[in-house]
Design a protein around this ligand. Structure first.
Ligand code: NAP
Length: 437
């Protein structure tokens, strides 16, 4: 059951949604064959023929989704020869939904995301300074998708601003619901801001300049622990070597510092057999990591920005609060080809949305020109999530080879020099052709 809430920026209250949603006249036709992923005691069970809805997205969404679906289908077909299959079907949000339903985020779409658990999503427009608030943020909050997962990895041949980009292979777990992004803020001069300033002065003798805007930075034990738990589970499942908690706890002791402390506490309490702290490795094991142990360490955020430039290979899985996570994931992506190459997923306890990290790039919409790699790699992440590793490896192999052959879209071609760019759809075909031996 999804909790009722109001679509940010509109006054339309959403009804309580069950698995059917109580909608009798659905506009979308759901597939007749295939099954839904299901959960038993928190463990996901993936049927061989799995149904997954997708939102095409606005702007270049149409170009990149058209390229992505055949790549995924080809990889699954080549890997499993018909034994496994993804049955994709379209659901609507953004401009296409407005045309079809008269609403940018129809209730039916929310019902279907909730029902099918996993979905693939193109970028959605957020009007600047007017209209509705971000549909992307809305989906994360509505479905409590608390972990923003962004793998950042170098593919040989991708133009990079650093000397050894191949050292970068990290998976970032950014907290998605708290921190200064919680949206708790008051404008300078407003009644609320003045009230808060008076409250702080009268109750805590804290003086804040009267011409200040104010914001709150909540970071909870619950939010921190569920994120760090997801990061450690990922590290264990994927044979990663270490998990780094990144924070600014030297300055913000009760928010960022608490994030660090709760992270260590969770690792010790819930994963005692799998993890060891960096401190224990140094002090008790003479700098040697005991076999099979994942090292938990922490770094101050500003130092971490240097570390990912100078010693990227010392980092593996990285867990961090919302704001620093936002900055660090883009900084890491810049080293390996930028946003066009950066995949992402927003993951909750059962529901997950896999999405390109860039926006709708409206000036290129419908031109069959842009790089679909971000969405294709997000779909690869979805294959990993399903446990369909053979198909995931084929997608990666196809992309890596296409790049090595310098058969790439305009964004990479212009950085490679003297390379004629291919169209979005051609790039997808080249990836599929490269999945063979
Ligand atoms: P953007 O859409 O990410 O585009 C900015 C620039 O990034 C493009 O002009 C292009 O650079 C490059 N780029 C983006 N995607 C690319 C791709 N697939 N291949 C090659 N190059 C690509 O950012 P924006 O213009 O700031 O945002 C446009 C809209 O998208 C806004 O409404 C924003 O709110 C929304 N948005 C949505 C999401 C989401 O759905 N998750 C995320 C971010 C933004 P060049 O011009 O240099 O070629």
């Amino acid at each position: 059951m999804i909790k009722p809430c109001t679509l940010a920026g509109t006054d339309a209250p959403l009804r309580v949604l069950g698995s059917s949603g109580g909608i009798s006249d659905m506009k979308v036709k759901e597939p007749q064959k295939g099954e839904i992923v299901n959960f038993k005691k928190g463990e996901m069970n993936v049927p061989d023929k799995v149904i997954i809805p997708y939102i095409e997205g606005d702007g270049i969404g149409t170009d990149i989704m058209k390229a992505t679906l055949p790549v995924v289908n080809t990889a699954v077909q080549k890997a499993f020869r018909g034994k496994k299959e993804i049955i994709f079907f379209e659901i609507y949000a953004g401009e296409k939904a407005l045309a079809k339903y008269g609403n940018v985020m129809p209730e039916e779409t929310l019902v279907l995301i909730n029902k099918y658990k996993l979905s693939l999503k193109g970028p959605l427009t957020t009007p600047v300074g007017e209209g509705y608030r971000s549909l992307n943020v809305f989906l994360r909050q509505y479905f409590n998708l608390y972990a923003c997962v962004r793998p950042v990895k170098y593919y040989p041949g991708v133009p990079s601003p650093v000397k050894t980009p191949e050292k970068m292979d990290v998976v970032i777990f950014r907290e998605n619901t708290e921190d200064v992004y919680a949206g708790i803020e008051w404008e300078e001069g407003s009644k609320e801001a003045r009230k808060m300033i008076d409250f702080l002065e009268n109750n805590f003798k804290i003086k804040v300049r009267r011409d200040s805007g104010l914001g709150l930075k909540p970071i909870s034990e619950t939010g921190t622990k569920r994120l760090v738990r997801a990061a450690i589970k990922y590290a264990i499942k994927n044979n990663r070597k270490n998990v780094t908690l990144v924070h600014k706890g030297n300055i913000m002791k009760f928010t960022e510092g608490a994030f660090r402390n709760w992270g260590y506490e969770l690792a010790k309490d819930e994963f005692p057999k799998s993890v060891i702290t960096e401190e224990a490795v140094l002090k008790k094991h003479n700098h040697h990591i005991p076999k099979g142990k994942i090292v938990i360490k922490d770094r101050i955020a500003d130092s971490m920005f240097q570390q990912v430039l100078t010693r990227a290979d010392e980092y593996d899985v990285i867990a961090l609060p919302n704001l620093n996570g936002d900055y660090l994931s883009d900084a890491c992506a810049a080293q390996v080809g930028g946003l066009g190459m950066a995949p992402g997923a927003n993951i909750g306890d059962e529901i997950a949305i896999f999405e390109a990290t860039h926006g709708t790039a409206p000036k290129y919409a419908g031109q069959n020109k842009v790089n679909p790699s971000s969405l294709i790699l997000s779909a690869k992440l979805m294959l990993d999530y399903l446990g369909w590793d053979q198909a995931s490896q084929l997608v990666e192999k196809g992309i890596a080879r296409a790049i090595q052959q310098k058969r790439v879209t305009y964004d990479l071609a212009r950085l490679m020099g003297a390379v004629t760019p291919v169209k979005t759809s051609e790039f997808a075909e080249i990836i599929c052709d490269n999945m063979g031996q």
